[in-house]
Design a protein around this ligand. Structure first.
Ligand SMILES: [Zn+2]
Ligand SMILES: [Zn+2]
Length: 269
C-alpha cells in the first residue's frame, strides 16, 4: 500500500485559507487513485470536502475527534469495495474493442463495444455487483441488431455470476467478440496518468511546457502509461524513496512501479 500526501502549494486556493491535499493511493492491482481533500478554515471542526475519481463517493463519517487519517481510511475502504468493479472494466478494456469512452475515467461504469458487422453494444456495469447481468443497448443495422436482441433475451436468463462478464457476454450473444484493434492501446494513453488531463494548463510558470501534451511514457510495455514529465517530476518529488542524481530524478511509475527517470527542467525552480 503506497500513500502519498502532498500539499499543492501552487493552488490559488491557498490565498483563501484553503489547503488542497492530493492523495494518491495504489490499490492491490496497482491502479492509482487520486483523492483531493480540501481543508477549510474551520477544519477540523468541519469535515474536509473530498473528491475522487470513483463511480460514487462515500459519506464521510466525521466527528470532533476525526483527523485526516480517518479520511484516508474511509477512502481506502471505499476503494476496496470497488475492486471487483474495476477488475471487470479493466478486463473489458483489455480484451474487447471499446469504442467509447476512449479514455475512460475510473468513475465511468459504461462501455460501448464494437461487436463487428457495424454493430455495437452499450453496457452499463452494475457498480455494486459487476458480474451481474448488465443493462445494455444495441446499435447498428436493424437485421443484425434484431437477431442480437433476440439472442440476448433468450440467453440472458443463463447469465451466471461465477463466469466473467466477458464469458457471459460471448455466450449470451452466441458469438466470439472481437478484441481491440492494433494500435488501439497507444491511442488510448494520451491522457496524463497523474493529472488526468491531456494538456497541461496554460501557465507562464510552466514555460515551454505550458499547454503541452504528455511527453513521457512508462517503458514497461504492459503499462505504457503516458505522463506529463512536469507531473511525473512533481509526483516523484513527493515520494521519499525517489533518488536524485545530477539533474535526473529516479523513482517508480505510479501505475506499475517499474523504474522511471525524469529530468528536472531548468525553467522552473
Ligand atoms: Zn499531467
Ligand atoms: Zn508504468
Amino acid at each position: 500500500m503506497k500513500i502519498t500526501l502532498y500539499v499543492n502549494k501552487k493552488s490559488r486556493n491557498a490565498l483563501l485559507d484553503l489547503v488542497l491535499i492530493k492523495l494518491n493511493h495504489l490499490d492491490k492491482k496497482g491502479r492509482a487513485h487520486i483523492m483531493e481533500i480540501e481543508l477549510e478554515k474551520a477544519y477540523p471542526r468541519c469535515p474536509p470536502s473530498i473528491s475522487a475519481d470513483v463511480p460514487y463517493t462515500f459519506n464521510l463519517e466525521w466527528s470532533v475527534n476525526s483527523r485526516l487519517k480517518h479520511v484516508v481510511q474511509q477512502f481506502q475502504e471505499h476503494l476496496e469495495k470497488l475492486q471487483e468493479f474495476w477488475c471487470t472494466l479493466d478486463n473489458i478494456d483489455k480484451s474487447l474493442w471499446v469504442v467509447y469512452p476512449k479514455e475512460p475515467s475510473r468513475a465511468t461504469a459504461f462501455r460501448e463495444i464494437n461487436l463487428g458487422n457495424d454493430c455495437f453494444i452499450m453496457l452499463s456495469i452494475n457498480v455494486n455487483d459487476p458480474r451481474s447481468l448488465p443493462e445494455c443497448r444495441f446499435m447498428g443495422s436493424d437485421p443484425i441488431v434484431n437477431s442480437l436482441r433476440k439472442k440476448w433475451r433468450r440467453n440472458s436468463k443463463r447469465w451466471v455470476k461465477d463466469k466473467s462478464l466477458i464469458e457471459n457476454l460471448a455466450s449470451a450473444l452466441e458469438t466470439s467478440l472481437p478484441g481491440p484493434p492494433d494500435g488501439h492501446k497507444n491511442e488510448q494513453q494520451v491522457e496524463c496518468g497523474i493529472c488526468y488531463a491531456q494538456f497541461l494548463p496554460i501557465d507562464e510558470e510552466l514555460g515551454a511546457k505550458s499547454g503541452s501534451g504528455t511527453d513521457y511514457t512508462c517503458e514497461n510495455t504492459s503499462c505504457s502509461r503516458a505522463f506529463h514529465s512536469v507531473c511525473l517530476r512533481d509526483w516523484l518529488r513527493s515520494i521519499t524513496t525517489t533518488r536524485q542524481s545530477f539533474n535526473v530524478l529516479f523513482g517508480n511509475c505510479p501505475y506499475c512501479s517499474d523504474p522511471v527517470a525524469v529530468k528536472i527542467s531548468d525553467t522552473r525552480k
